[in-house]
Design a protein around this ligand. Structure first.
Ligand SMILES: NC(=O)c1ccc[n+]([C@@H]2O[C@H](COP(=O)([O-])OP(=O)(O)OC[C@H]3O[C@@H](n4cnc5c(N)ncnc54)[C@H](OP(=O)(O)O)[C@@H]3O)[C@@H](O)[C@H]2O)c1
Length: 232
């Protein structure tokens, strides 16, 4: 693995930089002038990452240890995880479950406190609509990763998108701790991540997001968690 370290505005270590959501995230974070290190597996993927001004970091969630990933993450302000098995049921446990857990452990080892995980809207394709046991295993794996991350001391944020599409982003979403299930373009998930990654109020929360009616920044800014004041 080739490690990279950034200093300055905000630096993000992105796992899944070559994926559907991840490519949008790289572009948007670079447009916001954040520094980005994009993890990739194939040497041929480096050029597209570097064309955005991001650093290309060679590595693999399965082959690399948490210590190796931690060495690459060190010095960044946040880790964003948009990786996934990409519909390959044989890799779901290794990527969506153990890979996400390993990445969270690596962030803790590296002292990178902020960790944004793309999970899944747990209502997606359930019951009669479920494509089958492989999909149910995928949902279990995502849940297990959420459980692991939420049990860490990190400043975590779990984002649960509805079913992803490659439609153009609309810039409008519904978002909250509990909302009605729906679809969402990958571009809008990425825009939500770019908004949320350094949003201090979006901490130690799991939020659901679909296409909706509100501008992304307004929808996310309206989500708040805080201490309840009992009137006793
Ligand atoms: N599909 C849906 O409807 C849906 C709904 C809700 C949430 N999600 C979740 O949303 C996230 C993003 O989805 P997407 O469609 O944008 O994903 P995607 O296009 O399938 O991208 C997956 C990314 O993970 C990377 N990856 C896979 N195995 C890896 C490994 N061993 N080491 C390092 N990186 C690895 C891929 O790299 P390569 O380019 O090397 O393959 C790619 O960058 C995923 O976590 C997915 O589970 C999906």
């Amino acid at each position: 693995m080739t490690a990279s370290t950034h200093t300055g505005v905000g630096s993000v270590f992105l796992i899944g930089a070559t994926g559907g959501v991840g490519q949008h995230v790289v572009r948007l974070l670079r447009e916001q002038e954040h520094r980005v290190s994009g993890l990739h597996r194939q040497p041929s993927q480096a050029t597209a990452i570097e064309a955005t001004g991001a650093m290309a970091v060679r590595g693999d969630l399965v082959d690399d240890s948490a210590q190796t990933l931690a060495a690459a993450m060190a010095g960044h302000d946040a880790v964003v995880f948009t990786a996934g098995a990409g519909g390959n049921p044989d890799m779901v446990t290794a990527i969506d479950e153990r890979g996400a857990m390993k990445a969270a452990d690596a962030a803790a080892l590296a002292g990178v406190r902020r960790f944004v995980l793309v999970s899944v809207f747990m209502d997606a394709w359930r019951g009669e609509k479920s494509p089958g046991p492989g999909f149910e295993r995928y949902m279990e794996a995502k849940r297990a990763a959420d459980v692991h991350l939420s049990g860490t001391e990190l400043d975590w944020l779990i984002i649960r998108p509805g079913t992803l599409t490659d439609d153009p982003g609309t810039g409008r979403v519904d978002a909250g701790v509990a909302i009605t299930y729906g679809d969402i373009p990958r571009a809008d998930v990425a825009a939500a991540i770019a908004h949320a990654v350094f949003a201090p109020q979006l901490n130690r929360l799991a939020i659901e997001i679909t296409t909706g009616s509100q501008p992304i920044d307004a929808a996310l800014s309206a989500i708040r968690s805080g201490p309840w004041q009992p009137g006793l």
